[in-house]
Write a protein that binds this ligand. Structure first.
Ligand code: UD1
Ligand code: UDP
Length: 376
């Protein structure tokens, strides 16, 4: 390894920023030279800049400005931009996060250039290849050199796909590190007041293609959310993907529905912390509600995060079952997690990941005891 090796983090979409912040912070504390490459997959200030501010992320070395497009167009732009920047920066390791198109493109570019990679949030599987994210997860894990798993189920998925156990480290969940770091700042009252909420409320976030891309799916979902709003006011910080389609399906501001712009990280989690109920199709929100003890109804047929059901407050529902499930969740009151909270979701995932990376950069033989738990 070179003197003073360089680690690059490739980030592009909202959840990437939340997962990367603790890793960047912990590597900084170990004195590792590092930089962020922002692909520009998400570019609205409320989908990007606000996260850099709220999470204390350093300015990116570069923003590739790839923007939106079909999967092929966006991924092609990502490949071209990332190849140039990786060649120019000459990193010793590239770290990628989660399952978005920026993650997939960075892994492909590095694999072809022979640049080593690490994948944070490896091994999650919904077993639904109709989800673009599932395709991204499988390819990313098959090409990564270091794989950081957030939950034990990931280890068996990776083993079943033939990933050598020596590459895999069970480290916990950096998204939960970010949540823990933000906890002292999470105050529901001012955000609820700003939105004109008095008393109980629910929060809904909806952006999965299967839910918002077709008028039929959007209508079925919106009808269900409107029924929930007869039980409790619903705030919907709207992801730009679904803005038009959901509005056309009838999700518009009214006495019991508040459709607002995406919220910044601290504002959003403040609102969730004070919510009686969350309705979502987000990956990360399933995890955050589990840790905050807020009942969560996930409108999807499956989840790559089953631990939030077995060890948390999450339940999967169809749109048709959403209103009844909401009524029950509201009647049952504050949720207690279904079992023990997920192992290693303790706010220390970032430091565990950083220790593994620092040892890897030194060429050390990684010992499971000192570096998070290696899959054996
Ligand atoms: C992406 C990820 C998804 C993740 C989500 C997090 C992929 C394949 N999908 O989905 O896994 O859950 O991010 O939020 O990578 N748009 C804007 N402003 C922005 C960004 C997007 O208006 O700043 C709009 C554009 O119309 C764009 C659409 O949202 O076409 C979708 O954006 P895109 O990044 O392709 O996918 P997401 O649905 O955001
Ligand atoms: N989030 C936010 N503001 C919002 C909605 C979500 O800050 O209006 C945060 C949320 O707390 C979580 C992350 O964004 O940390 C999840 O991103 P998203 O749901 O877009 O992606 P997914 O997790 O589904 O990939």
């Amino acid at each position: 390894m070179r003197e003073n090796p360089l680690v690059l983090h490739v980030l592009g979409a909202r959840p990437n920023f939340v997962k990367a912040a603790p890793v960047v912070r912990a590597l900084g504390e170990l004195g590792v030279r590092q930089g962020i490459i922002h692909t520009g997959q998400h570019y609205d200030a409320l989908m990007s800049d606000v996260f850099f501010a709220d999470l204390g992320l350093p300015e990116p070395l570069a923003n590739l400005g790839v923007g939106s497009g079909s999967h092929a167009r966006q991924t092609a732009a990502l490949l071209v931009g990332l190849e140039e920047v990786v060649l120019a920066q000459n990193p010793d390791l590239v770290v990628v996060y989660g399952d978005v198109n920026s993650t997939l493109a960075a892994i492909l570019v590095c694999a072809k250039l022979g640049v080593p990679t690490a994948h944070v949030e490896a091994g999650l599987r919904s077993f639904d290849r109709g989800m673009p994210e599932e395709v991204n997860r499988i390819v990313t894990d098959s090409l990564s050199d270091l794989l950081f798993a957030t939950s034990p189920d990931a280890l068996s998925h990776l083993a079943a796909e033939g990933v050598p156990a020596g590459k895999v480290h069970l480290v916990g969940n950096p998204m939960i590190d970010s949540l823990f770091a933000a906890l002292p700042s999470l105050d529901p009252a001012p955000v609820a007041e700003r939105l004109g909420l008095t008393g109980r409320y629910a929060v809904a976030t909806l952006h999965r293609p299967a839910n918002v891309d077709s008028p039929e799916a959007a209508k079925e979902l919106v009808d269900a959310v409107l029924e929930v709003s007869r039980l409790v006011p619903v705030v919907v910080p709207i992801h730009p993907r679904g803005r038009t389609r959901l509005a056309e399906a009838g999700l518009v501001d009214g006495p019991t529905v508040k459709v607002v712009d995406p919220l910044g990280y601290v504002d959003f989690l403040s609102l969730v912390r004070g919510a009686a109920l969350v309705v979502t199709d987000s990956g990360g929100v399933q995890e955050e509600t589990t840790m905050l003890g807020v009942p969560c109804l996930t409108v999807r047929p499956n989840t790559e995060r089953p631990i939030t059901v077995t060890h948390g407050t999450n339940r999967l529902v169809t749109p048709a079952l959403l209103p009844a499930a909401a009524e029950k969740a509201l009647a049952d009151g504050a949720a207690t997690p279904a079992g023990e909270l997920p192992v290693l979701w303790d706010g220390e995932a970032g430091p565990r990941i950083a220790r593994v990376i620092a040892a890897w950069l030194k060429g050390d033989n990684l010992s499971p005891a000192s570096q998070g738990r290696r899959a054996e």
